[in-house]
Structure formats: C-alpha cells, structure tokens
Write a protein that binds this ligand. Structure first.
Ligand code: NDP
Length: 271
C-alpha cells in the first residue's frame, strides 16, 4: 500500500462494493483518489468520510456509457490533483438469464457499461497515463477467463475488455504503460442484487451465500499488490487460479465443472 502514497487514482464504480473499498483503502494509504459512479449522494458521503479521516478525495458523477462524462471524470482528476497515475476501470453490472430467453437489449447494456465504459475512460486517461508511465487496471472476473453459464453478456463483456486492454498494453509497450487485468471470483457486494434478468429488470436478490465470498476489501488489497508488482494478470482466490490452470490443460473439463457449479444455484436458469 505504501507505494500508492501521493498517487492520483481514478476509480469508476466507486459508490459501492469493490470500487468503494479501493477508494477508502487507497486514500488511507495516502493516494489522492477521484471517485466516479452515477449515485452522487453515495459518492459525496464516501468522499466526506475519506476527508474526515485525513484522506484526499474528489468525486464526479459519471455514467461510464457516456464518453463526455468519462472525459469530465478524467479532467476532474487532472484539474484537482495535477495529473493521473492509475485508472481503475471497475464500474460494472452483471446478469442472470439463459441466452435462449434474454432480451438482446440486456446484452447491449452489459457491453455498454462493462466494455464501452472501460474504453471511454481509457480514451481520455491515456495521454495522462502515458506521461506518468502509470497503470490501467481493468476489473474483469473469473467470467472473463472462461464462459460463465447464465452470464453470456457478462462473460462476453469481460472477454472484450481483455482483448481491448491487451492490445492497449502492446501498443504502449515502449511507453512504459502498465496494463493489468484483475479477475476477482465471487465477492460479496451489490452486483448480484443489481444483476439484470432476462427482461432487463434487476434481480433484487442474490442466489448465492454472500457470507462465503471474498470481501471487497480483500480484492482491493490484492489489486494494490498487483499494481505495485506491475502484473499483467491478477488472479485472486483458489477458484481463479484453478480456472486459469485447468483452462490451459483441460478446457472441456472446465466446461463441465462450470456447468455443474452454476447449475447448483437455486433457481438456476439451466439444469
Ligand atoms: P457493485 O454492484 O457493488 O458495484 C458496481 C459499481 O458500478 C457501483 O459503484 C455502480 O455505481 C457502478 N456502475 C454501474 N453502472 C454504472 C454506470 N453506467 N456508470 C458508472 N458506474 C456504474 O458490484 P462490485 O463491486 O462487485 O463490482 C465491481 C466490479 O467488479 C464489476 O466490474 C464487476 O463485474 C466486478 N466483479 C465483481 C465480482 C463479484 O462477485 N462481486 C466478481 C468478479 C468481478 P452507480 O450505481 O452509482 O452508478
């Protein structure tokens, strides 16, 4: 965490869950954080609490699907703190529905937030990050390592992030830019409550035992370590590491394991 001291960090999706935990932890470590998300009241409250604890923080209401709002978020960091060292593309939504049943608009929404939201923020942050030889962190998922049944749009959006971010890394190989793809496994947060169902309405409940998951604070700590080590890929718990390994040597077995694991969920859309 010490290496984050004085770093200027923009975090999208900072009004809740993993993004909020990163904002609080990194500010406590001495970073200057700029929080982005749509819910201004939540951002304001978190920023006030960070400042009250002696931290340095700013906020900017942003819908990451809107390029001009992403530009404003990045410019807020530059004008308030004088540049940008780390961009964390964390804003994201999930879904739970079979492709047979899901309305196409749901998949478009997943791509708009998870993929295009990442692209939009990177577009405006890149010149600053090239100047600082900084880091871009994409918060992907284990669903970005292997297809997760019932989450076609989610997995696709995370795979798209990977294709985009890997290419960005290679294009900037000689410019000192660090690009890391972080893949948390199940983490207790609001993401499953807000997940979209087949008709686009929010699920409003979680089908899993949230108490058995990683905490957002654990994820934030592991991401910070990945940034410090300038990792390309940041895997977290046993499931993530196992997925990465089994995919290399026995991808068909992984298909069956993922099916079995997800079919166990109550009200699973497939059996
Ligand atoms: P939360 O639902 O708790 O947080 C999601 C955040 O994204 C919120 O701050 C929300 O803020 C923001 N967000 C959603 N839509 C938009 C938008 N259009 N524009 C700007 N911000 C938006 O979930 P998590 O903390 O779990 O999710 C964070 C990231 O971690 C996501 O990318 C998710 O895919 C990933 N992840 C999560 C896992 C988990 O099990 N929790 C596992 C693997 C990856 P607001 O509503 O205020 O806009």
């Amino acid at each position: 965490m010490k290496t984050l001291k004085d770093k200027i960090i923009v975090i999208t999706g900072a009004s809740s869950g993993i993004g909020e935990a990163m904002a609080r932890q990194y500010a406590a470590a001495g970073a200057r954080v700029v929080l982005g998300a749509r819910q201004a009241d939540r951002l304001q409250r978190i920023v006030a609490e960070i400042r009250a604890a002696g931290g340095s923080a700013e906020w900017c209401a942003v819908d990451v699907t809107r390029p001009e709002e992403c530009r404003a978020l990045i410019e807020k960091a530059a004008s308030t703190f004088g540049g940008l060292d780390i961009l964390v593309c964390n804003a994201g939504i999930s879904m739970r529905a079979l492709f047979d049943e899901v309305e196409l608009d749901v998949l478009h929404r997943l791509m708009d937030v998870n993929f295009w939201g990442t692209v939009n923020c990177c577009k405006y942050a890149l010149p600053y990050l090239q100047a600082s030889k900084g880091s871009i962190v994409g918060i992907s998922s284990v669903a970005g390592l292997h297809g997760l049944p019932g989450r076609t749009g989610y997995s696709a959006s995370k795979y798209a992030m990977t294709g985009f971010l890997e290419t960005l890394r290679i294009e900037n190989l000689k410019k000192g830019l660090h690009v890391m793809i972080a893949c948390p496994g199940f983490t207790a947060s609001n993401v499953r409550f807000a997940a979209l169902t087949a008709d686009g309405s929010q699920q409003g409940a979680t089908p899993r035992d949230e108490a058995k998951m990683m905490t957002p604070e654990e994820v934030a700590r592991i991401v910070a370590r990945g940034i410090r080590r300038r990792r390309r890929l940041c895997l977290m718990e046993a499931e993530g590491r196992a997925t990465h390994l089994v995919k290399k040597f026995a991808p068909a077995l992984l298909d069956r394991l993922f099916y079995w694991f997800m079919a166990k969920e109550p009200d699973s859309p497939f059996k």
